[in-house]
Structure formats: C-alpha cells, structure tokens
Write a protein that binds this ligand. Structure first.
Ligand code: CUV
Length: 654
C-alpha cells in the first residue's frame, strides 16, 4: 500500500464536506494514511496571479506576469494589456469547455447514425415520439416517413452543428425570435462548433485579437455553440436512443453500496458504456457467477454526471458527486470503478491501488496511468462489459480489505425534463408552459433559478449548494438543477415533494397542488440544455417578455471548478441569463474586461456574470435580479397582492 503521512496541520475533516458519508470516508482515509482530493484541495495554495488570470503563457517571450493589484501598471512583452491577457485566458477556458461538450455531442451523433444505419445493433431508438418532435423543431418533415428516414435526415441536419462553416446552427431555430435577432445584430450566432472553437483558439494566439470586446463576441459564439449545439445534440439524441426521462424515485449517497454484492461504480459522461453495463449486469450468466462466488448479486451504481443521467433515465442508484469519487473507494466495497471521459480525477488511480479496487478506463480519449484500459466499442459492447464484470466478480471473491459502508442513503424524485414540466403543469391534452407563467405572473412563484455545477475542494463540499437552494426556495424561487449540484441537494433531502414545506408560501402552494418538489432535478450537466429549452418555452408561452433576457430567472454554479462550467456560464449569459458563480472568478476586479462581463454585457442586452462566495449573498444577488425583471415586466405588484392574500388566508385558517 502506498501511504502518505497525514499532514500535521490537518484541519478538521468536518471543514471539508457537509456530506456525512464522505466525511466518514475522509476520516477513514486519514486513519489509513491515504490522502484524498478533499485534503489536497485545502493544502494547495493556488498561485495568486494565476488565480486571477493576470499572467500570459501564450508565447515563449514570457511567461509575462502582471500585477493584479495594479493591473494597468505593466503590459506583457508584446504589449498585451491586462484586458487582452485575461480575455484570452478566459476565452481558452471557454473553448476547452465547449470542445468537451461538442466532442461528447459528436460521439453521440455518431452512435445515433450507426444505430439508424444498422451498423450498431446493441442499442436502438427508444423514443420515436421525441425523434419526430426534435426533427419537426428544426424543420424536418416527418409525415409519411419511416423512423429510419427521419433518423437519417436528423443526422444529416444535426451534423451541421459541428461541421458548418457558415450559416446558423440547426438548434438556433429553437431560440426565441428576439433573442436570436439580438445575436444576429451582434454577430454571435454560432455557425459550426468546430469552426467556433478553432476560431477562438486562433484568435487567442499571440498577436491576433487584441481587443477584449471583439474577442468576447467570439467567446460568446463558442459558448453558444456548446449550449445550443453539442450539448443540446447530446441531450436530445440520448433521450431518443435511450429514452426520455420521466420522474422516478431513486436513491442517492454511499449507503447504496451493498457489502454482500459485487459493487460496480460507473462515472463519466458517455451514456452508451453505462447502458451497456446495465444490460450486462442483468445477464443471468454473470448473476450466477457472482452467486457462485458468494455474492447476493451485482450492484451497479453511478456517480457524477453519467450517474446523474442514468439515475434520471433508469433510476440507477447514485453514490455521490465529484467531491466523493475518491472517498467512495475508501469503503473497500467498490470492486470496480469504471470511467470514461471528463471530471475523472487522476488521483483515483492511487486511491484505487490502496484499496485494491479495479480502476478501469474504457474510452480511447481518456487513459489514466495505473488504470486498466478495457476499450468500450458500441459495435461490440459486451466485449468490454463482460471483461469488467469478470474482474469485479473475481475481486469480490478475494476481497482482502475490511469493508466500511456509510449508512446514509436518501430517496428522492429525479428525471424531470422540459417535456415533463410542460405535461405536469398543463396536463396531457393541454400541455403548456402557461400555468408556470401564470404562477410567475400572479407571484406565487417569484422566478426560476438554475442551480448547477460541480463541487470544489476549495469549499466545504455541498454546503454552498444546499444553503443557496434553501434560501432560494424559501423566497419562492423554483429551482431547476443538474449535475453535481442536483446530487448535493438530493443527499440533503430536497428532491422530495415534502421539501415543499421548506419553500415560501407561494411556491409551497404550487408544489402541494401539483405534487412536485420545489427543486426539480434534470440530469447531467450536459442536460443544462433542458433549462435553455424550458426558458425558450416560457418566452413562447407569453406574458413574460419577448426574449430570454426578459425572464425573471437567474443561474448559479456555487461550487464550480471545471472549464465546462465556465462555458455553460457563458452560454447562459449570452442567452440572456444573469449567472452567479461561487468560489471566485478568474479575472482581476476593477478591470475593463471584468466590467464588460459583469455589467457591460447586460447593458448590451445579454445576461451578465456575477460572483459571490457566501450562499446567502449569491441568493440575494439572484433574487434582486429576479425582482428587477419582475418590475420591468410590470408584475411586481401582483406578487405583493398574492402574498398578502396568502397570509390573510392563513390568518383566517388559524
Ligand atoms: Ni458534467 S463538470 S464536476 S461531472 S458538474 Fe460535476 Fe458534471 Fe462539474 Fe464535472
């Protein structure tokens, strides 16, 4: 066992996480002498200049370090100002985030094509109604055509999302007219994702785009190519292939591990491998093999984003978010952890070695030193999944580690979609967003907030997510969630209809009437596109303005860490949403680029960025914005009346 000595200055483990299961495992890891990311994160002292993006490594004349306290005192060797340097750095982070989602979307599209053309037979088309709906939404006629014909046309059209070199991306047809027109006027309608990311990279080369305002336009365009491009393609086609989620009950937290079962955890972002695993674990051959080795069965569990996706779609139990992926291995009960792409910590390899867990990479785009690579191929999924199962079962049979599984497990409702919100509030025959809009207009619901994103060891895991959402629902803001944030709130017990009791009087009344939780879980962070479509549907339903920027809505990623989160933030801002990030922001304050992102963009008719560390302050900023939008829409008075009505009614009742 490769052990590290715990540092003498170690802070209490209770400072690292709000999740009791993760805390128990962190304490065990410390006793075992194994260092986890949660401790590494607190010990790392980030470079203060890098943290604020005040340095440039875009050529080898430098690196050039500017003084973030006096940012205009100096320029880089080429003459680049602080605004040029920061906007280029920010642009490259957005480019990477957008590239990640678009790479994922392209692979989903390839799988979809292989299925409709008959080259892949182990997966199929689950939701033909959604296939037609998506096709119609981008102008493909479906009348009289077979599933295969519609599928091929959809493929050909959606391929333009990535390969277009001019024109407008297919899904921009779903953008509210006024929002799209605004993008056109500003020259930021995304063409093709490969072009937008390439152009952003090229414009950030030394000596190219050195006007931060002009560069910001391309940053927005590359980000929109993520939200209305690759991510949306991935969500929509995954629903068509594997089934559109609908609300279901699922269990979350480490208590989903079972000591007497073979435990296999899958985490990453590609649904196909996980779907393949789901099929394989139900094969009686492997169930018998596991039983032969003394196990009661095989327990397939998800984590992080593909976990959130599989939980939403099939109710697969979920063991925890990004901050818990190393900690869960400390249970000793994980026989195999199977990963594909994105947000897979390299540190897993070391922890897995310490606890004799198989860490298995499956994707050609993501190998990890020290892990076993078993490549997953959609054309022959069982080759990979069966080998994984054999290894996991063998490890169960020879478990040498003492097993300690935290007891925490929380049941909740997951699997909401923009389609379901429409159905839930409007009914089967008159499915519509009007009832949601009506409840916003009459003030029962103050506004809508998207709370999403990662966890980050710079702060106590889950704490900012949970306190922020608590505050928002208390003030009658309906919360939509995805990704690791959804898991944080699910663990804290907010994804149940009874949590309506924690909401303010207006929202709790709506929750009670509809039987829904005040916090709706929509899936993985790729599925943030469900929020974009819901926002467009709200605009189209009427009464809340003509563009996304008019909506009483706001977004937040209170514990963000990934470049994908920045790309998501930027596509929400460019779509018209005020978006607040916790932790910190990689830009020097009181600079012109900072002012553009945090004020200027809103003045130009887009959304804008905000940042605060404290959850109550984040909520305050979001609510202030929502109230400002209500006032601009002229519906601020309605809310006052509704709330007076509510308290009057309670007084009468008591
Ligand atoms: Ni794709 S991007 S840590 S898995 S939400 Fe979770 Fe979400 Fe952030 Fe990563």
């Amino acid at each position: 066992m490769n052990k590290e000595k715990p540092s003498k200055k170690e802070a209490p483990a209770t400072d690292r996480t709000q999740c009791e299961a993760t805390l128990q495992m962190l304490e065990k890891a410390r006793r075992d002498g194994v260092k986890l990311d949660l401790d590494r994160g607190f010990e790392m002292k980030p470079c203060p200049i890098g943290e604020e993006s005040a340095c440039c490594k875009h050529c080898y004349m430098g690196p050039c370090r500017l003084n973030s306290r006096d940012p205009y005192a100096k320029v880089g060797i080429c003459g680049a100002t602080i605004d040029t340097i920061m906007s280029r750095n920010f642009g490259r982070m957005v480019a990477t985030g957008s590239a990640s989602h678009n790479d994922h979307g392209m692979h989903i599209l390839k799988l979809f094509r292989d299925i409709v053309e008959g080259d892949v037979n182990d997966f199929g088309i689950e939701d033909t109604a959604k296939l037609e709906k998506v096709a119609l939404s981008i102008g493909i006629e479906v009348e009289g055509k077979t599933v295969k014909e519609v599928g091929i046309e959809l493929c050909n059209e959606l391929e333009k999302t990535f390969s277009n070199v001019s024109g407008e991306m297919p899904f921009t047809r779903r953008v509210p007219e006024e929002t799209l027109e605004h993008w056109r006027k500003n020259g930021i309608v995304p063409r093709g994702a490969m072009l937008e990311v390439m152009e952003l990279m090229s414009r950030t080369h030394i000596g190219c785009d050195q006007d931060y305002e002009n560069l910001t336009k391309q940053i927005s365009r590359a980000a929109l190519a993520d939200g209305w491009g690759g991510s949306m393609v991935a969500t929509e086609l995954s629903d068509i292939m594997f089934g559109t989620p609908a609300p279901l009950q699922a269990e979350v937290n480490m208590g989903v591990l079972k000591e007497d079962h073979v435990n296999i955890i899958v985490h990453g972002h590609e649904p196909a491998m996980f779907e393949g695993m789901l099929a394989a674990v139900n094969d009686s051959f492997f169930i018998d093999m596991a039983k032969d080795k003394g196990a009661k069965g095989i327990n397939l569990i998800g984590m992080c984003c593909s976990g959130a996706e599989m939980m939403s779609r099939h109710g697969v139990p979920h063991a925890g978010n990004f901050g818990s992926t190393e900690a869960v291995i400390v249970t000793g009960a994980v026989d195999a952890m199977v990963v594909d792409i994105q947000c897979i910590k390299q540190g897993l390899a070391e922890v897995a070695k310490c606890y004799d867990t198989h860490l298995i990479t499956t994707n050609p785009r993501c190998h990890i030193e020290g892990a076993t690579h078993i490549e997953f191929e959609e054309k022959a999924p069982r080759q990979c999944t069966d080998e994984i199962l054999s290894k996991a079962i063998a490890r169960y049979a020879t478990r040498s580690m003492p097993v300690e599984i935290p007891k925490q497990v929380q049941s909740g409702i997951h699997g909401f979609t923009h389609e379901y919100i429409e159905y839930m509030l409007g009914g089967t025959f008159r499915g519509s967003y009007s009832p949601l809009n009506d409840n916003i207009i009459n003030g029962r619901i103050r506004g809508v907030a998207g709370v999403v994103g990662c966890t980050n060891p710079k702060v106590k895991q889950d704490s900012v997510h949970v306190e922020l959402v608590r505050e928002l629902i208390k003030k009658d803001v309906l919360v939509l969630q995805t990704g690791c944030s959804q898991i944080a709130l699910a663990k804290a017990g907010f994804l149940v209809p009874e949590a309506g009791a924690l909401a303010g009087p207006g929202l709790s009344e709506v929750c009670e009437t509809v039987g829904m939780p005040p916090v709706l879980g929509l899936g993985s962070c790729v599925d943030n596109t469900r929020i974009l479509i819901a926002a467009s549907a709200m605009v189209k339903a009427g009464g809340l303005g003509n563009s996304i920027a008019d909506l009483p809505a706001a977004g937040a990623a209170p514990e963000w860490m990934s470049e994908k989160a920045l790309a998501i933030g930027q596509y929400f801002v460019a779509s018209g949403v005020y978006t607040v990030f916790g932790i910190g922001f990689p830009i020097v304050k009181s600079t012109r680029f900072h002012d553009l992102l945090f004020n200027g963009l809103e003045e130009q008719g887009f959304g804008k960025w905000g940042t605060a560390k404290d959850p109550v302050e984040i909520a305050r900023l979001m609510i202030e914005h929502i109230d400002k939008k209500r006032q601009q829409l002229g519906i601020d008075k309605a809310r006052e009346r509704t709330l007076v009505d509510m308290s009057d009614r309670r007084e009468i009742a008591s």
